[in-house]
Ligand binder design. Structure first.
Ligand code: ADP
Ligand code: MG
Length: 697
C-alpha cells in the first residue's frame, strides 16, 4: 500500500491545489467566499471552474456532478460529461463558471413535503465552496446545497450551513465579551464514529428482507451470539482487514480522515472513526464514508449493512456524534483550561449545552427518530429514548458547589469564583465509561450517542448548533450591558445550573428506575418516531429555528410531513416483505416438511407393530399448530395493511402503522421464528442468523 502522505487528499481540490492553480487574486476571492459566505463573482467562478476542470481531467475525470443531500437520506448526483461539441464536428472539454455555481437537476421526485409545487418541480443546486470538490470514480463531485426556486431548503446541507452561521453569530458575541478580539469565526468540530455490519454477499442475496429492507424481518436467535463478548476489539479477520485497508485508502484519497477501525460488540459488527473536522465537512465525509463502505464491501464479495438493527436480539448500529465548539484561532470552549478566564468560557459553554439539551430534548430526539432507530433506542444496548447528559461525578460535584455557593471538596475553604479562580482539577472522563448515557461529556467534547447508523449527521448537528446558539444568544443579551461582568457571569451560571440540572444524570440509563426518575424530573420519554414527530412543529421549536433563520415554518412543516411519510413507507415495505416471505416461502416449506413427516410416520407404522411414532407425531401436532398460527397472523398483517388505506391524515397514518401494522408484524414474527427452530436447516428457505452473522470467515 502506498504511503498515506502520498495518497491523502490526492483526489481533492483542496486549499493547496487552489493555491497552486488559481491566480493570486482569484484564490483570495475564493478564500473570502469560504470564510464569509460572500458570493463569488462570475469572472472568478469562471476561472475556478476552468482550473477545476483541468485538474480533474488530468486525474482522469470525464464527468462532473453536483453532489447533494436530498431528504431521502442518501446523496444524489447526476453526471454530465465535460464534452461540448464544436463546429468542426469535434468536441472540447468544457466546464463553465455557471455550471460550477448552479445546477438544475431534474429532481422532481425528491421528497419536498409539499414545498415544491409540481409546476416548478425542478429546484436547483448551489455550490458550497466551504466543502472541497473531489473526484470519485472519474467524476468531479461538487458539493452543493439543494433548494426550491422560492429558496426553501430541500436538502440536509442548507440548514446545517445556516445553523453554523447562527452559532457563529451568537458565539462571536460571547468571545467579544471575553475580550477575544482576534477571533474571526466560531467553528464546530465533529467526529462521527460509524458502526456497521459486514456479511457475505452470497447469504445476503438469499435474504429477501435484507435486500428490500436492509434488516431481517424474521430470524431465530443464533446458537452463539455476542454473549461471550469475544468479538469486541477482537482480532480482525483477514477478509475484513483487507476490506478495511482498501476502504481507508479510498477514503484518504478523497480527503476523508479515516482513523481507527475495530470490531464492535456483535459478531460481524465493526466501527470506523474519522479524525474530527468542521461540522459541514464532517457531514459530507460521513455520507462519502457510508457510500464508499458499501462499494468497497461489494468489491470484496461482502455487503455492508448500515441499518440500525439488521438483526433482532443482536446489538444494533449507531453513530456517535462527537461535537465541540471553538474558534478559528484554535480555542476549544469545551476544553477546561488552566486559567480562570479559560475556565469561565468553559463553564459558560457547558451551561449553554446543558440548557440547550434540556430545552430542546424533543428536537434532539426527533433528530434521531427513524423507523430503523426505533428498534434501538430504549432497547437495553443503546441509549434510552430519554435524553439526558452525563458529566461524570466530579464535574457534577463542581457544578453543585457553584450552584449552592459551597466550597468544593479539595478547594481550600474558598468559594469558587468564576473568572477569578481556576477550576479544581477533575478527572476527565475521556472514556466510554458510561455507555448508557445518550449525551456524554468526554473530556473536551460532547458525544451524542443516539443517532442511528444509517442517518445523515446533518440533522443532529442542526439541532445542536441552533439550540446552543439560542443559549448563547440569551447569555450575550444578559451580559452585554453588564456593569460587573464577573459577578453577573457567576450569577448567570448558578442560575442555569439550578434551572437545568434535571437533565444531568450519571447513573445507568438502561434501568426501569431511571425511566421512573426521569418521569419525576419531567423529562420526555418519546419511545417511537410517531410519538416524537409532532414536537417538530410545536410553537417553541418553530420559534427557535425561525429566530435563528435555520428553518422557516413552511420548511419545518414540510420536514415533519416528509418524516411521517417516510415512516409509513418503510413499515409498509417491511410488512409486504414479511407477507411475501411467509406466503411464498415459509408456509409452503413448513407444510411440505409436515407432509414428509406424515409420510415417514405412516411408513414406520406400516412396517412396525408400534402405533406410536413419538417424534413425528408430536412434531406434526406442534408444527401444524404453529403453521396455522403463522398463516392466520399473515392474514392479520395483510388486513392491517389494507386497513391503512382508510386512515386519513399523515400523523394518524403513522400512528396506525405503529399500533396496528407493526404490532401485527411482531406477532407474525414470533410464530415464524419458533417454526424456524423446529425446521431442518436444509428445508428452511432462508439462511439462518448463524449463517449470516458468521458468514465472513
Ligand atoms: P473514543 O470515543 O473511541 O474513546 P475518541 O474520544 O478519541 O475515541 O474519539 C472519538 C471521535 O471523537 C473521533 O472521531 C475523534 O476525532 C472525535 N473527537 C476527538 N476530539 C474531538 C473534539 N474536540 N471535537 C469533536 N470531535 C472530537
Ligand atoms: Mg467514542
Amino acid at each position: 500500500m502506498a504511503k498515506i502522505s502520498e495518497i491523502f487528499g490526492v483526489n481533492v481540490f483542496n486549499d493547496d491545489v487552489m493555491k497552486e492553480r488559481l491566480p493570486k487574486e482569484t484564490y483570495k476571492q475564493v478564500q473570502l467566499t469560504i470564510q464569509t459566505g460572500k458570493r463569488l463573482n462570475d469572472e472568478a467562478a469562471r476561472i475556478v471552474a476552468n482550473a477545476m476542470k483541468d485538474w480533474a481531467i488530468e486525474k482522469g475525470a470525464t464527468h462532473f456532478t453536483h453532489w447533494f443531500q436530498p431528504m431521502t437520506g442518501v446523496t444524489a448526483e447526476k453526471h454530465d460529461s465535460f464534452i461540448s461539441p464544436v463546429d468542426s464536428g469535434n468536441v472540447i472539454m468544457e466546464f463553465s463558471g455557471k455550471e460550477l455555481v448552479r445546477g438544475e437537476p431534474d429532481a422532481s421526485s425528491f421528497p419536498s413535503g409539499g414545498l415544491r409545487a409540481t409546476f416548478e418541480a425542478r429546484g436547483y443546486t448551489a455550490w458550497d465552496p466551504t466543502s472541497y470538490a473531489f473526484i470519485k470514480d472519474n467524476v468531479l463531485c461538487i458539493p452543493t446545497a439543494f433548494c426550491s426556486y422560492g429558496g426553501e431548503a430541500l436538502d440536509k446541507k442548507t440548514p446545517l450551513l445556516r445553523s453554523m452561521d447562527a452559532l457563529n453569530r451568537e458565539g462571536l458575541r460571547i468571545t467579544k465579551l471575553f475580550g477575544l478580539d482576534d477571533v474571526k469565526r466560531i467553528v464546530t468540530s465533529v467526529g462521527p464514529e460509524q458502526e456497521y455490519f459486514l456479511i457475505d454477499k452470497s447469504v445476503y442475496n438469499q435474504r429477501q428482507d435484507l435486500v428490500y429492507t436492509g434488516r431481517t424481518v424474521f430470524g431465530a436467535k443464533p446458537v452463539k451470539g455476542q454473549e461471550l463478548d469475544d468479538h469486541y476489539f477482537g482480532t480482525i479477520k483477514p477478509r475484513v482487514k483487507a476490506f478495511m485497508s482498501d476502504l481507508d485508502e479510498e477514503l484518504w484519497k478523497m480527503g476523508v480522515l479515516a482513523k481507527t477501525e475495530h470490531n464492535e460488540v456483535a459478531p460481524a459488527q465493526h466501527e470506523l472513526a474519522p479524525i474530527y473536522t468542521t461540522g459541514n465537512l464532517a457531514a459530507d465525509h460521513n455520507q462519502l464514508m457510508m457510500e464508499t463502505m458499501q462499494k468497497v464491501a461489494s468489491r470484496h464479495g461482502m455487503v455492508c449493512l448500515l441499518h440500525e438493527k439488521p438483526f433482532a436480539g443482536v446489538n444494533g448500529s449507531g453513530k456517535h456524534n462527537n461535537w465541540s465548539i471553538g474558534t478559528d484561532t484554535g480555542l476549544n470552549f469545551l476544553d477546561p483550561g488552566e486559567t480562570p478566564a479559560e475556565n469561565a468560557i468553559f463553564l459558560l459553554t457547558l451551561c449553554a449545552v446543558i440548557q440547550a439539551v434540556d430545552d430542546y430534548q424533543d428536537m434532539l430526539r426527533i433528530s434521531v427518530a427513524s423507523p430503523g432507530n426505533d428498534h434501538r433506542l430504549g432497547a437495553n444496548e443503546a441509549p434510552p429514548a430519554i435524553v439526558s447528559i452525563f458529566l461524570g461525578t466530579e464535574l457534577e460535584e463542581i457544578l453543585d458547589a457553584i450552584e449552592s455557593g459551597t466550597a468544593y471538596v479539595g478547594q481550600e475553604r474558598e468559594l469558587l469564583k468564576i473568572g477569578v479562580h481556576a477550576l479544581p482539577r477533575f478527572a476527565r472522563d475521556t472514556t466510554d465509561r458510561n455507555r448508557t448515557s445518550p449525551f456524554a461529556f468526554t473530556g473536551n467534547k460532547f458525544e451524542f450517542r443516539m443517532p442511528g447508523s444509517s442517518a445523515s449527521i446533518s440533522g443532529v448537528n442542526v439541532v445542536l448548533n441552533t439550540a446552543v446558539a439560542e443559549s448563547l444568544r440569551q447569555y450575550a443579551d444578559e451580559l452585554e450591558g453588564s456593569e460587573d461582568f464577573e459577578s453577573d457571569l457567576q450569577a448567570l451560571i448558578r442560575r442555569v445550573i439550578h434551572d437545568h440540572k434535571r437533565i444531568i444524570f450519571n447513573g445507568n440509563g438502561y434501568t426501569d428506575e431511571w425511566v421512573e426518575e426521569a418521569g419525576r424530573r419531567g423529562l420526555l420519554n418519546l419511545r417511537t418516531t410517531p410519538e416524537a414527530l409532532p414536537y417538530y412543529v410545536s410553537d417553541k421549536n418553530v420559534a427557535l429555528f425561525t429566530r435563528h433563520k435555520v428553518y422557516t415554518r413552511a420548511e419545518m412543516e414540510a420536514r415533519y410531513e416528509i418524516h411521517l411519510e417516510h415512516y409509513c413507507k418503510v413499515l409498509n415495505i417491511e410488512a409486504l416483505t414479511m407477507i411475501d416471505m411467509s406466503r411464498r416461502h415459509i408456509l409452503p416449506a413448513v407444510s411440505k416438511y409436515i407432509h414428509e413427516l406424515s409420510d415417514t410416520a405412516l411408513a414406520v407404522q406400516s412396517l412396525t407393530t408400534s402405533a406410536v411414532c413419538a417424534f413425528e407425531q408430536e412434531q406434526i401436532a406442534e408444527m401444524s399448530g404453529l403453521l396455522s398460527d403463522a398463516f392466520r397472523k399473515t392474514k392479520n398483517l395483510d388486513a392491517a395493511l389494507f386497513g391503512a388505506k382508510s386512515v386519513s391524515g399523515s400523523q394518524e397514518l403513522a400512528d396506525y402503522y405503529r399500533d396496528r401494522v407493526f404490532t401485527a408484524m411482531q406477532e407474525l414474527r414470533i410464530s415464524v421464528d419458533t417454526l424456524e427452530t423446529m425446521t431442518p436447516s436444509d428445508v428452511w428457505p432462508f439462511p439462518s442468523y448463524g449463517e449470516l452473522l458468521f458468514s465472513v470467515k
